[in-house]
Design a protein around this ligand. Structure first.
Ligand SMILES: Cc1ncc(COP(=O)(O)O)c(C=O)c1O
Length: 375
């Protein structure tokens, strides 16, 4: 059997990783400024993470949500503490799309309404509702098309107010920083406007924090910079450092009922061990502070480079917009300097490294980047 060929891949076989470094089958070292697509939050093969998963695996890998799973409660408690949202409720699933799917569905259960506001260039996942609120017609199959989604221009307060005036809105879904959309930071005033309109119209504010959350920006949720709370935060990527863990945290105003949401795998023992290991390391090593400090340093240095059109982002979620003639930069970084970065179209280099990226590794990236720009 061959693989269903949906990914344009680089001919590199990574077989080992440690911290922000990964190694291919020939032993070549690469600097991971991509974090395997914002997933590696505490670094590859962190010893505490490995041990926690190993210990759990020897105890019990999985049992269903029909029994007590104390490690889920342990994770919820620590997540509440580290995120500062300890009055919220946790529902666990397995991916970012699934988290958004559950959030949109829960919002509709909550207020009985159907229409969702999403924004241009958004990406929220590939399952039915998640892809319906994603602004990319190429990945929306006919069966996913719906009249329930209203796409608005990014950060347009007047258009937002008008959409609320004209429709019965169930929820608004927004990334605190658009990732796939090219690292666009949501203005704080816009997030505040979403909060006040949602309050006025009994709509649910969904903060998609799958990529921009979990400490990456220096705050636990990037939407927190606006000083207002969302009703539901969706999470995945960094939550399990590579183990497939997703979840939503839900404001106390939304009450659960048996059967409302459910999953076979979500919140299993092994997933919770991975999630706990991540939060323990984040707390112990003060990784949010490191993400803020190293991120600020990188952004400051990148802004000095005259070939760069714009540098956007917060903490360790950084977009470097380049002119078209420098479209080759990512490939050169990878194949000449052995540095992984992400991309966003049309011409944005995305940096999404582990939150414990060191200053030495940041400098190694900057040196290579300047070298490629000056060729
Ligand atoms: C903001 C955002 N939301 C949702 C998703 C979907 O996550 P997953 O691929 O885990 O389904 C992604 C993935 O890139 C994302 O960046």
């Amino acid at each position: 059997m061959k693989l269903f060929d949906v990914y344009p891949i680089n001919p590199i076989n990574i077989v080992k990783g440690q911290g922000s470094l990964v190694y291919d089958a020939h032993g070549t070292e690469y600097l991971d400024m991509y974090g395997g697509h914002a997933v590696i939050s505490i670094g590859h093969t962190h010893p505490h993470y490995v041990k926690r998963l190993e210990d759990q695996l020897h105890q019990l890998g999985f049992y269903s949500n029909s029994i007590e799973i104390p490690i889920q409660k342990e994770l919820a408690t620590l997540l509440g503490k580290v995120s500062g949202k300890d009055d919220y409720q946790l529902f666990m699933c397995n991916s970012g799309a699934e988290a958004n799917e559950n959030a949109l569905k829960l919002a509709s259960f909550y207020n009985g309404k159907k229409k969702v506001i999403a924004f241009r260039k958004s990406f929220h996942g590939r399952t039915s509702l998640a892809v319906a609120v994603t602004d990319n017609p190429k990945i929306v199959a006919p069966i996913n098309e719906t009249d329930n989604v209203i796409f608005l221009p990014w950060a347009d307060e007047a258009a937002l107010a008008q959409a609320f005036a004209d429709n019965e809105i169930s929820s608004v879904i927004i990334e605190g920083i658009q990732g796939v959309g090219g690292i666009q930071v949501a203005p704080e005033s816009f997030l505040q406007k979403i909060r006040s309109l949602c309050d006025e119209h009994n709509a649910v504010f969904i903060a998609d924090s799958v990529q921009c959350g979990y400490g990456r920006t220096g705050k636990f949720f990037s939407q927190d910079f606006a000083g207002v709370n969302a009703d539901i935060y969706t999470m995945a990527k960094g939550m399990g450092n590579g183990f497939p863990v997703g979840g939503i945290i839900i404001s106390p105003k939304i009450q659960p009922a048996y059967g409302m949401l459910g999953t076979t795998f979500g919140g299993n023992h092994l997933a919770c061990a991975a999630g706990l290991a991540v939060l323990e390391i984040m707390e112990q090593d003060n990784l949010m502070l490191n993400a803020a400090t190293i991120g600020e340093y990188l952004i400051k240095e990148l802004k000095k480079l005259e070939q760069v059109k714009e540098v956007r982002g917060r903490g360790l979620m950084i977009g470097i917009e380049l002119p078209e003639e420098l479209a080759h930069v990512r490939k050169e970084l990878l194949f000449k300097h052995h540095i992984f970065t992400g991309e966003a179209k049309p011409n944005v280099v995305r940096l999404l490294p582990a939150l414990n990226l060191t200053k030495a590794h940041a400098d190694r990236f900057l040196e290579a980047f300047v070298n490629v720009l000056n060729q």
